[in-house]
Design a protein around this ligand. Structure first.
Ligand SMILES: O=C(O)CCC(=O)C(=O)O
Ligand SMILES: [Fe+2]
Length: 265
């Protein structure tokens, strides 16, 4: 069996034993429908958008952003190039992008289309997430630019590929966790899979066309002194289609000391 799941998973009829989760960690709970999903519309006035962000961050730890200004064609192109240039490549080509000696298993892909499209996507998502951090900063009453330097120094793009699973009741795509960073902005396309733990139950984050999901990370919960909470989340699989998501993580510089902000308005 080739090393990468995306290389062999399309043809399997049953879940390999080493992918079956222990019974107590399987996604057995019913997922409650969410009648009022937290949505932030960036065409609304700044006051309204800021209010929506603060309420969603306080009550849910995440929200979906609509009308964010990033074109659907750029998002589609990024998804396409990430899929085609990596996950859909022949197994032996994929394997060559990894080096056994490199324990971090960093993937080395330097095609020009990849760089061009993913570069443009990253620039746009970076602008969007910094705009959201500015709204959070104003909403919390912090000094202007509070998140603009050390606290948002590192930007990490990470692509998650969840191949269809022969029996989704036996496994999770990603175990329950809170993102350890400041904030994550995720594009989940049009396939369900993300669940957030809220009020003692799992809720499904329904895909909204062209929307990004913003997940408050543990560090932002600390900085906001619990005014915003970090959403605990997990990913379930499905047996019909593969699911690919693009995460963009904002991380402080490694020298930065993360603590509750001193001057709340
Ligand atoms: O792919 C998803 O829906 C969520 C991914 C995630 O939670 C993560 O990368 O931290
Ligand atoms: Fe996460």
């Amino acid at each position: 069996m080739a090393m990468l799941v995306s290389s062999w998973s399309k043809d399997i009829k049953s879940l390999p034993e080493n992918y079956v989760f222990p019974p107590d960690q399987r996604p057995k709970e019913l997922v409650a429908p969410l009648y009022n999903p937290p949505i932030v519309d960036l065409t609304k006035s700044t006051d309204e958008a800021r209010q929506q962000i603060l309420e969603a961050g306080r009550d849910f730890g995440f929200f979906q952003v609509m009308n964010h200004g990033i074109s659907q064609s750029l998002i589609d192109e990024a998804m396409d190039v990430l899929l085609k240039e990596f996950f859909d490549m022949p197994a032996e080509v994929k394997a060559r992008a990894f080096t056994a000696a490199d324990s971090s298993k960093r993937c080395r892909l330097y095609t020009s289309t990849f760089q061009d499209i993913v570069g443009k996507y990253s620039v746009e998502v970076r602008k969007l997430v910094l705009k959201i951090l500015d709204l959070i900063c104003e909403g919390l009453g912090l000094e202007q630019g509070y998140f603009g330097d050390e606290l948002s120094r590192i930007h990490l793009l990470s692509v998650n590929h969840y191949p269809r699973c022969p029996d989704p009741s036996l496994a999770l795509g990603m175990q329950r966790h809170c993102d350890p960073n400041v904030v994550t902005i995720l594009f989940q396309g049009d396939t369900n899979g993300l669940h957030v733990f809220n009020d003692g139950k799992w809720i499904g984050v329904e895909p909204i066309p062209n929307a990004f999901i913003v997940i408050i990370g543990c560090q932002l919960q600390i900085i906001s002194n619990n005014k915003l909470k970090s959403a605990e989340h997990r990913v379930v699989t499905n047996s019909e289609v593969d699911r690919t998501t693009i995460g963009y993580f904002i991380i402080p510089s490694y020298e930065c000391f993360v603590e509750p902000a001193k001057n709340f308005g």
